[in-house]
Design a protein around this ligand. Structure first.
Ligand SMILES: Nc1nc2c(ncn2[C@@H]2O[C@H](COP(=O)(O)OP(=O)(O)OP(=O)(O)O)[C@@H](O)[C@H]2O)c(=O)[nH]1
Ligand SMILES: [Mg+2]
Length: 187
């Protein structure tokens, strides 16, 4: 008997997906896709955890992975469908680096996106642009008087515990959090 049978899954292409089921007693298991036996490969992992939890993981899913997955153990079997959805255009158009971050976040399914808008308003020459640059860890040596309004859109990560804003420099860039910083010249 199954303590927990396989469940249908819907995922986006490129993301890893796992089918998992739990049985009452340990035994040899066989996995199938659309009726054909499948074996471990570079993109397919087959595991048994604690003797009774059987898991099939497909890494970086492709359209051709879509189908009916089943497992057989002793004289019982369980099956479930895998539905692979196309990656949205916005994700396809990202740089490979950003797309990998997105897919990594999609794996855990816990990414949270925050939008914050900061508007810096003040009299002429009081240091608004310099303040903005300091916030973004930029040099302020060559700051010039702003002509009109300056809008900066910047991506960063925020450490919610320390409230620290971590601006770029390669690996800290996240596609998940955006900050819109606005400076304004007053006359
Ligand atoms: N001493 C000192 N000078 C500063 C500081 N912040 C900015 N300045 C200088 O003040 C001048 C004006 O700075 P900005 O950052 O351009 O000021 P702003 O408010 O953006 O100016 P506008 O765009 O012309 O309205 C520059 O020469 C800066 O170097 C500061 O904290 N201390
Ligand atoms: Mg300015």
């Amino acid at each position: 008997m199954f303590k927990r049978p396989l469940e249908n899954k819907t995922i986006m292409e490129g993301v890893d997906v796992s089918f998992e089921c739990e049985v009452e007693k340990a035994d040899h298991v066989a996995w199938f896709k659309d009726g054909d036996r499948v074996y471990p490969s570079s993109r397919l992992k087959i595991e048994t955890l604690d003797n009774t939890v059987h898991k099939l993981t497909i890494l970086q899913s492709k359209f051709e992975d879509e189908g009916k997955y089943s497992m057989r153990i002793s004289d019982i079997s369980s099956c479930a469908e895998l539905d692979v959805k196309e990656m949205p255009d916005a994700v396809k158009q990202m740089s490979e680096y950003d797309r990998n971050i997105f897919l990594e976040a999609a794996k855990s399914g816990t990414a949270v996106r925050y939008y914050i808008r900061v508007m810096i308003v003040g009299q002429s020459g009081v240091g608004k642009t310099s303040l903005l640059r300091r916030l973004m860890n930029k040099d302020i040596k060559d700051v010039q008087s702003t002509d009109g309004i300056n809008i900066e859109v910047k991506t960063c990560r925020i450490n919610l515990k320390t409230e620290e804003w971590i601006f770029s420099s390669g690996k800290f860039i996240s596609v998940l959090d955006y900050i819109l910083l606005v400076t304004r010249k007053t006359f």
